[in-house]
Write a protein that binds this ligand. Structure first.
Ligand code: SF4
Ligand code: SF4
Length: 140
């Protein structure tokens, strides 16, 4: 049986995938062409869900990108940096993370530790500590 695509809730007709290369686009088009709706068994759906949860648990910063902490006075997009750092840990891929920071001009090293962001953080995260941890993990 080929790969399948389940569209949920019913009525969803477009799915946008995050792609960064022509190879990924070609791969997604191939999968979409072969996909059959509702073809996973319950056991397969549970397995997929368990794998997804296991990956998500690896994310170190519990930040949902809600963004009330923004803007930062020196222009650092901290929620985006946390997202990139989380993905780097989750997928064990620091190279892509460093490229993204470069391309998106995210420079955690510019942080002055004013802690304005921390005062606004909806989850009361120790944002400056996480910035430093992420920065040293990515070697920025
Ligand atoms: S502590 Fe750093 S990241 Fe947070 S608002 Fe100040 S400069 Fe920006
Ligand atoms: S407010 Fe806190 S939880 Fe929300 S995006 Fe900013 S850092 Fe993340």
């Amino acid at each position: 049986m080929g790969p399948s695509l389940r569209l949920e809730p019913p009525g969803v007709s477009v799915a946008i995938a995050d792609m960064s290369s022509l190879e990924q686009l070609a791969q997604n088009l191939r999968v979409a062409g072969e996909a059959v709706a509702d073809s996973l068994s319950i056991a397969e759906e549970v397995a997929v869900s368990n794998v997804r949860d296991a990956f998500r648990k690896k994310r170190p910063v519990p930040c949902p990108s809600c963004r009330p902490c923004m803007p930062c006075p020196v222009g650092i997009d901290v929620p985006r940096f946390f997202e990139i750092y989380n993905d780097a840990v989750m997928y064990d891929d620091t190279e892509t993370a460093m490229e993204l920071c470069r391309d998106e001009r995210i420079e955690p090293g510019d942080c002055t530790e004013c802690r304005v962001c921390e005062g606004r953080c909806a989850k009361r995260l120790p944002m400056v500590d996480w910035l430093e941890t992420g920065r040293s993990y990515l070697g920025l």
